[in-house]
Each structure stands twice: as structure tokens, then as C-alpha cells.
Design a binder for this molecule. Structure first.
Ligand code: RAM
Length: 385
């Protein structure tokens, strides 16, 4: 009897240790450490072995780890088990950090998890590598600000063929590579307001202006520049002369150096229009550093928190943007409505985006957040993002 008991206990211990060692052997591969840090890898993601071996090292080399903001999701937020990924043009840009703050708010309200992962620079090839790995991990939905409208179409198509809904925010993939697109304000309205502000700053006599953009491939900036050029060709703006369009790649140092080069090449330059939050802040700083305040003005699209001192300092008395956290918020509500089958993401579909209310998908697949907001010394104190 004692001997039987002894054999029973020994067998139980052996069996238990076999089960435990099998579990611990499986654990490391459950977290696709090369693309998503272990702390952020959702439990539902496929094991790393599901990602082609060749993709993993490339992803490690080009991707920055997801921003810390993603770890701030309340625990209750994963109730549904759905995991979406918000993919900015690049990490390290405060504009996308602000959009992510709104996305995390929506995630908490919806009980889903939203990861925030992007390339380290605003580069389409790096963004595609990241997206390929996220598709292999079978996330439940992708919300992308595209680094290139056409280059990302095949990637968007493969995601959707794998059953992963793809929506865009801020900067769209061309139709065919995504379902819906949250447009921050009408493309026409954004282009128009930038040219109008440039004329406000030169005064009615006009003068020389230059555009300092993000990357040469940036879909949203290129659409806005197209509108600006069309406006500048009309009699209403014949007093403004566009000297050139240059690119700071949404990188602070490159943008700053491009501004310095503009001052040198165009000594009569009166206004820089920077349709990028990175470019406008760098240009305003360059004006200040070069003691050109009052001679060269900077306008375009900026974050109130980055531009506050340049509004009061006179380098950028007037600029525009929109409610950036709300873009992230609306985008996640829209993606969740599609991922859960409430809507298909087709023109005419209507959905509710929490505190923002009801939205309808337009004929071109876009969902409009609202009109652009102009900031100046009368209202800048009211905004905090
Ligand atoms: C930069 C990015 C972004 C754009 C803003 C205005 O942060 O290029 O895509 O929408 O500027």
C-alpha cells in the first residue's frame, strides 16, 4: 500500500514537471519579441514562429519599440481581447503622440487594446516592414498614417485579404489599400487656410513665400501643397510669389537646416508655410535664432503646445491645426465598428464615436473630423495638445 502510494506520488511529480516544462518552453515564443516588446504583445497574437524568419530581424533593425503611452492602457481595456495597432508615419513626433492619447481614451472606453508602433523615421519601406509583421501576428485591425499613398496599397490589400481591417487617419493610403480614412479637415479647407494665413502675414502687398514640407512622398502634405499651388495661381493671390518647395522629412534638424538654407537663398523671403508640425516649429525656432523676427514669418500647421512661445514671440503669429487627440479617438471608434461588423466601412455607413457623436462615411471613403482651427494670441491659451 505504502509502495503504491510512493509510486503514485512519484508519477504525479514527474507528470507535473513535464507539464510545467512544456508550458515554460512555449512561453518565450508566445511573445513576438522582435516586433512587439513582451510587455506589449497581446496574449492573442500569434507566436513569433508565425512570422517569416526573414522578417523578424529586419523589423528589429528598423522599428523603434512601441511608445510608452501604449502601456498606459487600463487593465480593464483588454476585456474584449481585441487588439488594434495605431501606426504613425514615425515615432517621436509629438503630433502622433497626441493622436495616440485620444486613441488610448477610445480603447479604454471600448474595452480593447491599442498598441502604438511605427518606424523610427517617416519612411515607407520601414513602415511596410512593420505592417508585414503586424499582419503575420494577426492583429484585429490597423489604423495607419501613411508614409506613401501608393507604395502601401499592396500591404493594405494583403492585410484585408488576411481578414484584418485597414483604416487610415491623418495621411491616406490610396483607395484600394484601405477601407475608410479619417480626414482631419477637408483637404481643400486645409490648403486654403494656409495660403490665407500667408497673405495675412505678408500684408496686402504680398511678397515671396516658400513651402517647407515633410517628406517628398507624404500623401497628406502633397495633397495640401496641390491645393495651395492652385490657390496661388488665382488672381486673389497674385501678389504672393512661391519661391520653392523644400522638404525637412518631418525631422527637426533637417527642417531647421532647410529653413536656414531658405533664408540664405531667398533674402527677400517673407513667409515660410510649413504644412507639418515638425517643420513649422523648427522654422519658427530658426527665425528666432537668426534674429529674423518681424522680417520672416512662419505659418502652416502646428501643435499649440509647440508653437505657444512663437505666437507670443512674433515668429508665428498665426497658424492652424485641428483637435489631434480627437483624430485618434475617432479613428479607433471607426476601426472597432468595422472590426466588430457593426459597419462594413462603405460609403453611407453611419457609426457612433463615443463623446464625438455620429459620423457617416462619405462617397470617397473619408470621415471628416471638422474644420481647421486657426490659433493666434487671442486663443492659443485655450488649447493644450
Ligand atoms: C506632421 C505630420 C502629420 C501632419 C502634421 C500636420 O506632424 O506630417 O502627418 O498631419 O504634421
Amino acid at each position: 500500500m505504502k509502495r503504491n502510494m510512493f509510486y503514485f506520488v512519484v508519477s504525479a511529480v514527474v507528470l507535473l514537471s513535464m507539464i510545467l516544462s512544456a508550458c515554460s518552453a512555449a512561453t518565450p515564443s508566445a511573445a513576438p519579441a522582435t516586433v512587439a516588446p513582451a510587455t506589449q504583445a497581446p496574449a492573442t497574437l500569434a507566436p513569433a514562429t508565425a512570422a517569416p524568419a526573414t522578417q523578424a530581424p529586419a523589423a528589429t533593425a528598423t522599428m523603434a519599440p512601441a511608445a510608452p503611452a501604449a502601456t498606459g492602457v487600463p487593465t480593464a481595456a483588454t476585456q474584449t481581447g481585441r487588439t488594434y495597432v495605431l501606426v504613425p508615419k514615425a515615432l517621436g513626433n509629438p503630433y502622433f503622440d497626441a493622436a495616440n492619447s485620444g486613441a488610448q481614451l477610445a480603447a479604454a472606453e471600448l474595452g480593447v487594446k491599442v498598441l502604438y508602433q511605427g518606424p523610427t523615421t517617416a519612411d515607407a519601406t520601414a513602415q511596410i516592414t512593420l505592417l508585414d509583421s503586424l499582419i503575420a501576428q494577426k492583429v484585429n485591425g490597423l489604423a495607419i498614417s501613411a508614409d506613401d499613398a501608393d507604395a502601401l496599397v499592396p500591404t493594405g490589400k494583403s492585410a484585408m485579404a488576411a481578414g484584418i481591417p485597414v483604416v487610415c487617419f491623418d495621411s491616406p493610403i490610396s483607395a484600394g489599400g484601405r477601407l475608410t480614412f479619417v480626414n482631419q479637415a477637408s483637404t481643400q479647407g486645409i490648403g486654403d487656410v494656409e495660403v490665407k494665413m500667408a497673405l495675412d502675414l505678408t500684408g496686402p502687398a504680398g511678397g515671396e513665400i516658400a513651402i517647407l514640407s515633410a517628406t517628398a512622398q507624404a500623401p497628406n502634405q502633397n495633397l495640401w501643397i496641390g491645393i495651395m499651388k492652385a490657390d496661388l495661381a488665382t488672381p486673389a493671390y497674385s501678389m504672393l510669389k512661391l519661391d520653392t518647395v523644400v522638404y525637412g522629412n518631418d525631422d527637426d534638424t533637417t527642417s531647421y537646416n532647410q529653413a536656414l538654407a531658405l533664408f540664405k537663398t531667398y533674402p527677400n523671403l517673407k513667409v515660410i508655410i510649413a504644412p507639418t508640425t515638425v517643420g513649422i516649429a523648427a522654422s519658427a525656432r530658426a527665425v528666432k535664432d537668426q534674429n529674423l523676427t518681424g522680417k520672416v514669418f512662419v505659418t502652416g500647421l502646428g501643435l499649440p503646445n509647440q508653437m505657444r512661445d512663437y505666437v507670443t514671440g512674433g515668429q508665428s503669429p498665426e497658424f492652424a491645426l485641428w483637435n489631434v487627440p480627437n483624430i485618434g479617438y475617432l479613428t479607433i471608434y471607426m476601426l472597432d465598428a468595422i472590426a466588430t461588423g457593426k459597419i462594413k466601412g462603405q460609403p453611407g455607413d453611419t457609426f457612433t464615436a463615443g463623446k464625438l457623436g455620429s459620423y457617416t462615411v462619405a462617397q470617397d471613403g473619408s470621415v471628416l473630423l471638422g474644420p481647421p482651427q486657426i490659433f493666434d494670441k487671442t486663443n492659443i491659451a485655450n488649447f493644450n495638445y
